[in-house]
Design a protein around this ligand. Structure first.
Ligand code: XIL
Length: 380
């Protein structure tokens, strides 16, 4: 199932076509009442995250910006196990409900993130009352109950679910998570089947980072093909898209888009941001890793130089040229945040830095990178 049938939900912006020939100041004015989502409406959805701090309607400037620029939203943390179900018998629906209401009100494509993951899940989920690891059947029962309750609550209102997150290592091997160790590799099959049984209309995807690494790319594509061959209801693959300003080479990323589409999967760019700060390691988004703060790793604390703004804009433009080239394969491009000030990359993998990975600055004004993505569609 592709997402096209859901596109009816999106606002129309027919008038925007008329501005394609206007000069930049004029199109900036035109964009005030519409946004990137309208420019890319024939290509793919344009998404961002919703964060708990914005609710209940606290960050109205941000929420207005989000509803103008984006037509897809993902809960950044609010639907992760430790947030929505901190104890097995206690569900915290408040924030997630408000996010789903916001998305529904604005006719946005809501993405649920994430049902089965090794991070941000309480350790006791995997243990019995005496602290021993749960056996396969007990663990599957917990997984089933979790998915039934969560997917069931938002049935028909969450269009896409990140069903399983980060099951494969960069070398292509299975990540040795408690799910994997307790259930075996078919935990993935079960997760997708449970979700599909509850909401057969939902678009179900597998999501991971570093999908441009060839060994990881191949393993994910092979896994998806096998799942499909077994009749597992998996519809797409998410490329998280946490990348650096210089790495990876974008041809590697393009090869992943092609490989995932060849595996019969719709492609989602699920968590796009471009880290502009010095890197302490090979690219990764394993959230358990943290490094010590050092001033030399935080060079733009007093501002982001113009030449770096242009470099970031170049990077985003090159990326979006690839996305547009493969628009037939891509359903959605979601940024992992709206304004730089709220990006998780200010705290990861080194706490307390000043990063500039997104399209809007700390005052929520569009950056050169934003203008470049708009210009790509306006034919400038
Ligand atoms: C991040 C959030 O942005 C942070 O606020 C949180 O502290 C840690 O998780 N891969 C994912 C996302 O799938 O859920 C992670 O989000 C980033 C890496």
């Amino acid at each position: 199932m592709t997402l096209s049938r859901r596109r009816f939900m999106l606002g129309t912006a027919a008038g925007l076509i008329a501005v394609t020939h206007l000069k930049s100041r004029a199109f900036a004015a035109a964009l005030k009442s519409s946004g990137l989502k309208d420019l890319y409406r024939d290509d793919f959805l344009i998404g961002t995250v919703l964060s708990a701090r914005s609710f209940p309607d606290k960050e109205t400037t941000l929420l207005d910006l989000i509803s103008r620029e984006f037509n897809a939203v993902t809960a950044e943390n609010a639907m992760k196990w430790e947030e929505i179900r901190p104890q097995l018998d206690s569900w915290q629906w408040d924030i997630a409900d408000q996010m789903v209401d916001f998305a529904t009100r604005h006719k946005m494509h809501m993405v649920g993130h994430t049902l089965v993951w090794h991070s941000q899940v309480p350790a006791q989920v995997f243990l019995d009352s005496s602290g021993q690891p749960l056996e396969r059947d007990a663990l599957l029962k917990i997984m089933k109950g979790h998915i039934e309750t969560l997917v069931g609550r938002y049935k028909g209102r969450i269009a896409t679910w990140d069903v399983v997150n980060e099951a494969i290592e960069d070398d292509g091997k299975w990540r040795q998570t408690s799910w994997f160790k307790g259930v075996g590799e078919d935990y993935i099959d079960h997760a997708f089947r449970f979700a599909h049984d509850v909401d057969p209309q939902a678009h179900l995807i597998y999501n991971d980072y570093n999908t441009f690494v060839p060994t990881k790319r191949d393993a994910i594509a092979a896994m998806a093909k096998k799942l499909k061959a077994r009749g597992v209801p998996i519809h797409g693959l998410g490329m998280q898209g946490h990348i650096g300003i210089g790495r990876p080479d974008l041809t590697e990323l393009e090869q992943t888009i092609e490989a995932f589409a060849d595996a019969g999967m719709r492609v989602h760019i699920t968590e796009l941001d471009v880290d502009v700060l010095p890197s302490v390691w090979e690219m990764s988004a394993e959230i358990a890793n943290r490094f010590e703060y050092k001033p030399e790793m935080d060079p733009y604390i007093d501002g982001f130089p113009q030449e770096m703004e242009e470099k970031l804009a170049d990077r985003y433009e090159a990326l979006f040229k690839i996305f547009l080239k493969h628009r037939d394969k891509i359903d959605r491009v979601t940024f992992w945040g709206t304004s730089d000030g709220a990006s998780w990359l200010n705290g990861f993998p080194i706490p307390g830095r000043t990063n500039y990975p997104l399209l809007f600055n700390r005052q929520m004004d569009p950056k050169p990178a934003y203008n470049r993505l708009a210009a790509l569609k306006l034919g400038k």
